[in-house]
Design a binder for this molecule. Structure first.
Ligand SMILES: [Zn+2]
Length: 241
């Protein structure tokens, strides 16, 4: 579908998209706020980084809406803005190779050979030098945000994957917290580290059942990040205990 392919190229240029970012774009990432249009981009750098672009370009918005209507008319339902249109994978995410193939094919019509990366690099260059292809196609600045690990809100400020509010001591969601426990065998050099969602003392009892050694709870840590903490402790201390 040529409407999709042309729009793919425009999106890559305007938002300096990498192919892997483009194939993940969903209609829900495109939204209006205070009469302005925005596009969220999942960068895939870390699990929580989101770039937000304001779409200042009216004609690109019009073309996107036109394309969206066209998809509806053709009964192509997909969460993805640029889904696969192949018979077998209709409506699913495109492959990054699929994106590149489209661009190479279209550029060869004009006698040159371009890749998705070439267009993205051109966009970055133009953004920096303020030389655009034309005013209709104007690269958009990507504003960097991250998703708070605790409350999920997008925020500019980060500390250990938490937003400003959530990283304030005492304001964390301790309802979702669990425990990392340290259970030791009395008189033996054997310590077990594990996680418990609720009660650490229950975990002591279940460990004691069928265990020839007498066990006691050395201590525990409580945190919403208990799973990550346990993994980190295991990876750092696992070989010593
Ligand atoms: Zn938060």
């Amino acid at each position: 579908m040529i409407a999709r392919n042309i729009l793919i190229i425009k999106f890559i240029y305007i938002f300096a998209l990498q192919s892997r970012e483009l194939v993940k774009l969903k209609w829900s990432f495109l939204y209006q706020k205070n009469n302005k249009n925005y596009l969220n981009i999942e960068t895939g750098r870390g699990d929580s980084e989101i770039d937000i672009c304001e779409i200042k370009n009216e004609s690109v918005m019009e073309q996107t809406n036109y394309y969206r209507d066209l998809m509806v008319k053709k009964h192509i339902k997909s969460d993805f803005i640029f889904p696969s249109l192949s018979f077998r994978t209709l409506g699913k995410a495109m492959s990054t190779k699929g994106v590149n193939d489209i661009i190479v094919r279209l550029s060869k019509v004009r006698g040159s050979s371009f890749s998705a990366l070439n267009i993205r690099n051109l966009s970055n260059g133009h953004l920096f030098t303020h030389e655009y292809i034309n005013t209709e196609l104007k690269p958009s600045l990507r504003d960097k945000f991250f998703k708070c690990k605790s409350c999920g809100k997008l925020s500019k400020w980060r500390n250990d994957k938490l937003c400003e509010e959530c990283s304030v001591l005492g304001n964390r969601d301790y309802n979702k917290s669990g425990y990392v426990y340290f259970i030791k065998a009395i008189d033996y050099d054997y310590t077990k580290i594990g996680i418990a969602n609720k009660n650490v003392n229950d975990r002591l009892k279940t460990n004691q059942v069928g265990n020839m050694y007498e066990l006691y709870l050395m201590g525990y840590l409580q945190s919403p990040d208990f799973k990550d903490m346990e993994q980190e402790i295991q990876s750092k201390l696992g070989k010593y205990i």
